[in-house]
Design a protein around this ligand. Structure first.
Ligand SMILES: NC(=O)c1ccc[n+]([C@@H]2O[C@H](COP(=O)([O-])OP(=O)(O)OC[C@H]3O[C@@H](n4cnc5c(N)ncnc54)[C@H](O)[C@@H]3O)[C@@H](O)[C@H]2O)c1
Length: 373
C-alpha cells in the first residue's frame, strides 16, 4: 500500500519496482549475467519489463547485471522514460516485420512484446498487426531454432498472446482456463488481432515440439497501470483523462460487459516467471480472478478514486464511440482461471483493484500528456 497524500508518480514507480523485485528474487537470479532482448520495449508492458532488470542491476553487484537491449520501431519517437535510461541499456531501432539484423547479438532470453495492442489502432492497421504477431515472431523462432540446432540453445523466449484468443467465451467457460479453445470470429474487425495471436501460439508449440525451442506464451487479461500512455485509447487511460480534465467520465458501451483488471506490476511478475520457469510450448493465463466487474462499476471506481485523491467532482455518463466498430465482437465477460500459473509458477497477484487504481491515477497525474499512440 502506498501513502496517497504525498505520493508522486515517481514514488509509485519506485514502490512497484521494489515490490516486483521482491516477488521475483529467484527468477532475477536466473536472469543475472544474461543478455535479455525486449522487442516492443518502448510500449506499456515494456515500461516495467525494461525498468525491472535495470532496477535489479542498480541494486546488485556488477557480475549480476542483466544486459538489456530494446528493439522497437519507435514510431512516435523514443519515449522520455526510455531516453533517460539510454546509458544503462542498448536501444536499437528495428521493425520486427523486417528481416532480423544480419549480426544477431548473443541473447539468452527474448521477450517478444512488439505489436499493435490497442483495439482502435489494430483495426486501423490490420496488416501491420498480423505481420508483427506472426512474421515478427517467426523470424525470432527461426533464429532460436538455429541456436538450438547449433547446440547453443537460448534459455527462453516469451511470446505475448492475449486473452482475446478466447473470443467471447460461453458462460460455462468463465473463469476461462487455458484448455478452453475459444469462440472467435476469423473475419470480424478484431480478427486481425485475435487470429494472428492464435497463429502465433501455433508457431510457438510447433517450434517447441519440433525444434526444441524453449518458447513460452503469456495470455494477459486486461492489464492497467503505469506505462499505459494516456493517449492509448484503452479504457483506463480514457477514464483517467476525463478525471484529470475534471469532466464527466464517458462510458462508450452500455456498461454491462465485465472484466477483471490486473495491475501491471503483478502482471509483469507473471511474465518474468513464464519467461524463466514456464514450460516450453505452454501458455499461461496472467491476470486476476476477482473482482469481475462491469465497465459501469469500473468507471464508478475510477471516479471514486479520483474524488479521494484529487477532489474530482465529475459523474459517469453514457457516450457513443466515434468508431462504428468499437463494440463489434466485444466479449461480454472476461475472467481468467489462473490456477495453472499459480501451481506451476507460484504466480500470486497482490495488488487490489482499489490500490491499483490509486497508484494508476497518481501516475497519470504525473504523466498527464503523451504523444499519440
Ligand atoms: N497490455 C495488455 O493488457 C495486453 C493484453 C493482451 C495482450 N497484450 C500483448 O502484449 C504485447 C505488448 O502490449 P503493450 O500493451 O505493451 O502494447 P503497446 O502498444 O503499449 O506497446 C507495443 C510496442 O511495440 C512497438 N511496435 C509495434 N509494432 C512494431 C513493429 N512492427 N516493430 C517493432 N516495434 C513495434 C510499439 O512501438 C510499442 O512500443 C502486445 O503483443 C500485446 O498484443 C497486452
Amino acid at each position: 500500500m502506498i501513502a496517497t497524500e504525498s505520493a508522486t508518480a515517481a514514488d509509485v514507480v519506485r514502490g512497484d519496482l521494489a515490490q516486483m523485485a521482491a516477488a521475483l528474487r529467484p527468477e532475477l537470479d536466473l536472469l543475472a549475467g544474461k543478455r535479455l532482448l525486449v522487442t516492443g520495449g518502448a510500449g506499456f508492458l515494456g515500461y516495467y519489463l525494461v525498468q525491472l532488470p535495470l532496477y535489479h542491476n542498480e541494486h546488485g553487484t556488477p557480475d549480476r547485471r542483466i544486459h538489456v537491449e530494446v528493439w522497437d520501431n519507435y514510431r512516435r519517437g523514443v519515449p522520455a522514460w526510455l531516453e533517460v535510461l539510454q546509458d544503462r541499456l542498448t536501444l536499437r531501432r528495428h521493425d520486427v516485420t523486417e528481416a532480423l539484423p544480419e549480426t544477431m547479438p548473443r541473447f539468452d532470453y527474448v521477450v517478444h512484446a512488439a505489436g499493435i495492442a490497442s483495439p482502435p489502432f489494430y483495426r486501423r492497421y490490420p496488416l501491420e498487426t498480423i505481420d508483427a504477431n506472426v512474421g515478427g515472431l517467426r523470424a525470432l523462432l527461426d533464429w532460436a531454432g538455429r541456436r538450438a540446432d547449433s547446440g547453443d540453445p537460448i534459455d527462453g523466449l516469451l511470446y505475448f498472446s492475449t486473452s482475446e484468443i478466447y473470443g467471447n467465451p460461453t458462460p460455462d467457460a468463465i473463469p476461462t482456463p487455458e484448455t478452453y479453445r475459444g469462440l472467435v470470429s476469423c473475419t470480424g474487425p478484431r480478427a486481425c488481432y485475435d487470429e494472428s495471436k492464435r497463429m502465433g501460439e501455433t508457431l510457438c508449440v510447433t517450434f517447441a515440439d519440433r525444434y526444441g525451442v524453449p518458447v513460452r506464451t503469456a495470455r494477459p487479461f486486461n492489464n492497467y497501470g503505469p506505462g499505459l500512455k494516456i493517449s492509448d485509447r484503452r479504457v483506463l487511460p480514457d477514464f483517467a483523462r476525463d478525471v484529470l480534465a475534471g469532466r464527466d467520465i464517458e462510458l462508450l458501451s452500455d456498461g454491462a460487459p465485465t472484466r477483471t483488471f490486473c495491475y501491471v506490476a503483478d502482471a509483469v511478475v507473471g511474465y518474468f516467471k513464464i519467461l524463466t520457469v514456464g514450460r516450453s510450448g505452454e501458455a499461461y493465463n496472467i491476470g486476476v480472478e476477482t473482482p469481475e466487474i462491469s465497465m459501469a462499476d469500473f468507471a464508478d471506481r475510477v471516479a471514486e478514486t479520483g474524488r479521494e485523491l484529487f477532489g474530482y467532482a465529475g459523474r459517469v455518463r453514457r457516450g457513443t464511440a466515434q468508431e462504428a466498430e468499437y463494440l463489434t465482437d466485444n466479449p461480454m465477460r472476461r475472467c481468467p482461471d489462473i490456477s495453472k500459473a499459480r501451481r506451476e509458477l507460484r504466480y500470486e497477484p497482490e495488488v487490489t483493484l482499489e490500490d491499483g487504481l490509486r497508484r494508476s491515477l497518481l501516475w497519470y497525474a504525473g504523466n498527464p500528456v503523451a504523444e499519440d499512440a
